[in-house]
Design a protein around this ligand. Structure first.
Ligand code: SF4
Ligand code: SF4
Length: 437
């Protein structure tokens, strides 16, 4: 069986992003395979632990992907500060053509456009993907899963970090479908009574208060914060009020643009101009919206750059949505040339964490090696880009960990899902609920 089929059978999807089915990427022809080990979300350390404990798996995954895509070059991007993971890779890549690229501790060094430029010197064309410059990029956990898929092991578990206001921050391997509540219990529970959870991280994650929701193939971690924390307060504001404040208070200082990592890399993203779409009517928002199209939603403008604590990132999100709804295509400049200050104006992660008010939670977290077995898992059928998986089990049916329970609908883009514990199927809807027996 070819690698592409093995990856498809195992239900591997991009573990570091929206969950794009990996078998599609593995079927492309490129000359560089890049492993993304940058992990720049504050307080999340699960990729670090994966790289320290499973560097050989990641290197094996890169090698397999090089073979299947015809790539001559393999590069692993990892932060220089993470000495243990660098050492693990130095030993695992010995005798292979795979090279390490050491990254600085900046946010967001894991953005694909930035990582590709840092690792290869190539610039992805505006609105393009790494394939356009002959590269595929995969998160290190995806490569770990590719390696396991080659031995017939499906994706049933997820490396996650639980951090923030918890008794002891931890990273561990969670069965897919484990509830946030159970995951927070692994970290000893919350240290505050009223809290909310940033799912996936405080910069690019979603704020959630429903603790019954499940860990999926793309959940990087949970950051627990008190409802009084500024980040929770800011994120909880209704979108309308974010834009109303922006409309009246933005003084067009342009700091948001001057610190925007995509703008600094040479792309025409200008959040201060996007802010004009909220209030300037004479020129028309269709003009200002254009400056949002190449934004990667990293959140730096809203949470770090703006001296008025406004919401330029959210204005960019709105502009992108409006353009899509109105069927307006991006028509900006195609030439990309890094800003002369690109090197000097990057945002150090420590500096960012100070500004975010999370330094008190920046401890090394424990890594729990043993596999956990919750009493119940709820496995969503849509954890990936494309069509939801089609259930292939019945209520009451006994299933084994690793058994396929949801298949890809015929001829569609999608990913299989598998049982993450032994048990019996109790409910089938948008998710499949399995109780341990
Ligand atoms: S940094 Fe804030 S105040 Fe300045 S232009 Fe951007 S949104 Fe407006
Ligand atoms: S969220 Fe803001 S800083 Fe980040 S890419 Fe978009 S405009 Fe730039």
């Amino acid at each position: 069986m070819k690698l592409v089929e093995k990856i498809q059978n195992a239900g591997v999807v991009g573990a570091g992003g929206a969950g794009f089915p990996t078998h599609v990427k593995a079927a492309s022809r490129v000359d560089i395979v890049i492993a993304n080990g940058a992990e720049c979300e504050p307080l999340i350390h699960k990729d670090y632990e994966l790289m320290v404990h499973h560097a050989e798996r990641v290197v094996h995954g890169v090698g397999l992907l090089m073979e299947s895509t015809g790539a001559k070059n393999g590069i692993i991007g990892v932060k220089k500060k993470n000495e243990k993971s660098v050492e693990a890779f130095e030993s695992a890549t010995k005798g292979t053509p795979i090279k390490l690229h050491l990254l600085g501790d900046f946010y967001p060094s894991g953005d694909e456009y930035i990582l590709v430029y840092e690792a290869t010197g190539r610039l992805i064309p505006p609105q393009g993907i790494p394939l356009n410059i002959g590269a595929v990029v995969n998160n290190v956990e995806t490569l770990y899963n590719i390696s396991r898929s080659s031995e017939g092991t499906p994706v049933t578990d997820k490396f996650i970090t639980v951090a923030g206001a918890v008794e002891h921050p931890v990273s561990f391997v969670a069965p897919i479908g484990m509830s946030y509540k159970d995951a927070i219990e692994v970290a000893g529970g919350a240290t505050v009574n009223d809290f909310a959870v940033f799912v996936g991280g405080i910069m690019m994650g979603k704020l959630e208060t429903n603790l019954e929701l499940p860990i999926t193939k793309t959940t990087a971690g949970l950051v627990v914060l008190s409802v009084d924390h500024t980040l929770v307060q800011r994120k909880s504001q209704p979108e309308k009020s974010m834009h109303r404040i922006g409309k009246s208070a933005c003084d067009q200082c342009s700091y948001c643009t001057e610190l925007c990592p995509r703008y600094m890399l040479g792309y025409d993203v200008q959040p201060h101009k996007v802010m004009r779409s909220l209030g300037f009517t004479q020129t028309g928002e269709a003009i200002w919206n254009q400056y949002a199209s190449l934004c990667c939603s990293c959140g730096l403008c809203t949470l770090y750059a703006c001296p008025e604590s406004l919401f330029p990132k959210e204005a960019c999100d709105k502009s992108k949505r409006d353009m899509k709804e109105q069927g307006i295509k991006w028509s900006g400049k195609m030439e990309v040339e890094p800003h002369p200050m690109y090197e000097g104006r990057r945002t150090p992660l420590k500096q960012l964490m100070k500004k975010l008010g999370v330094m008190e939670y920046d401890h090394p977290s424990e890594f729990i090696v043993e596999m956990l077995r919750p009493e119940k898992v709820e496995i969503p059928l849509a954890q990936h880009v494309g069509e939801p998986a089609r259930p292939i089990v019945r209520i009451g049916e006994k299933v084994k960990k690793g058994q396929c329970i949801g298949d890809i609908p015929d001829g569609k883009l999608g990913a299989r899902v598998h049982a993450s514990i032994d048990g019996a199927v109790k409910r089938i809807g948008e998710s499949i609920v399995i109780h341990h027996e």
